[in-house]
Design a protein around this ligand. Structure first.
Ligand code: BDR
Ligand code: CA
Length: 309
């Protein structure tokens, strides 16, 4: 199985990415590192523990950076609620966080590896960038980065920028310029993964505890995505990263040079993607452009169905 570290800010779609990574036999989830993003670090770390418990996760879960490298923090309570994971009713977390800082857990896990671990960020890139700066030797050890973030078309937090990149564009710059192979699941791709009532209904019929948690998460997420963006079915962003690692044939990607805008007044946090190759510069990312939508939902439902088997 493919070894990965998931770096998350749960977050409804982060929680689903955790489910897929935990359940699918093609993935060996070595660590979950948590960053501030959709909500404060205290809340995203708590949510990660709650999800970890609900899905029977065995690997360490560590809390990391509580704020971005340079900019002031932004949160996404309008989409994910006051808790960052509104909808399901949770008790107090029974699991505890790993004693290490997430940046150190990333460094230790990567340094101890044979260079065969993929880093999979589904939140702002603060933890990953800080780890690269604290211990540059990890960069070569990262097999590849498969991240959710950015857009070559429209943004969602500003007209130009996507949330994960805009929430810490300086960190995103560090990661995109790291020189490691990088797969970008931007909004162009995730807006093809619209989680309709039919998908939720298929999950409901599975009738296991993880599928039920998925249904409860999607009920809330569907409501806020409709209120904020007018989607009748919400884009399920983060699980596309794990899906790519399980079965890249679900995706069409295009090699592009991607630079993160750090100075624009209206464009801070934009991923400037050289779609047509007009700069003539070497591509630094495989940017996802197309999704086999029916097979993506089949994979997600298969994961949920596998739970407990
Ligand atoms: C990204 O922002 C967050 O709200 C989601 O969890 C996802 O990672 C989408 O822009
Ligand atoms: Ca996220």
């Amino acid at each position: 199985p493919k070894k990965i570290i998931l770096d998350v800010d749960p977050g409804h779609d982060d929680a689903v990415a955790m489910m897929m990574a935990r359940i699918h036999p093609a993935i060996d989830l070595r660590a979950v590192t948590v960053v501030a993003g959709n909500q404060t670090l205290a809340k995203t770390a708590r949510n990660a523990l709650l999800v970890a418990e609900a899905i029977g996760l065995a690997c360490p879960v560590a809390a990391g950076m509580a704020r971005p490298m340079v900019r002031e923090p932004i949160l996404a309570g309008d989409i994910h609620g006051a808790s960052g994971l509104d909808g399901p009713v949770f008790g107090e977390p029974a699991l505890a966080l790993d004693g290490r800082h997430a940046v150190d857990l990333l460094i230790e896990t990567l340094l101890a590896s044979d260079g065969d671990i993929a880093v999979v960020p589904t939140g702002p890139l603060t933890n990953v960038a800080m780890a690269m700066r604290k211990e540059p030797a990890i960069v070569e050890k990262i097999e590849r980065i498969v991240l959710m973030g950015g857009s070559y078309q429209l943004g969602n937090v500003t007209p130009a920028a996507e949330f994960n990149i805009c929430a810490d564009a300086e960190a995103a710059h560090v990661v995109f310029s790291s020189g490691r192979p990088l797969v970008m699941m931007g909004l162009d791709l995730t807006r093809q993964a619209l989680c309709g009532a039919d998908v939720v209904e298929r999950a409901r019929r599975l009738d296991n505890s993880v599928a039920t948690l998925f249904v409860e998460l999607m009920e809330f997420f569907t409501k806020t995505q409709r209120e904020v963006f007018g989607w009748t079915a919400p884009p399920l962003h983060d699980p596309t990263t794990v899906a790519w690692l399980i079965d890249p044939t679900l995706f069409e990607t295009k090699a592009m040079r991607v630079d993160v805008e750090l100075r624009g007044e209206h464009t801070y946090g934009r991923t400037c993607c050289d779609y047509f190759g007009v700069t003539g510069r070497e591509p630094n990312a495989e940017v996802a452009v197309g999704l086999d939508v029916p097979r993506f939902w089949d994979l997600l439902i298969d994961c949920l169905a596998l739970y407990g088997r």
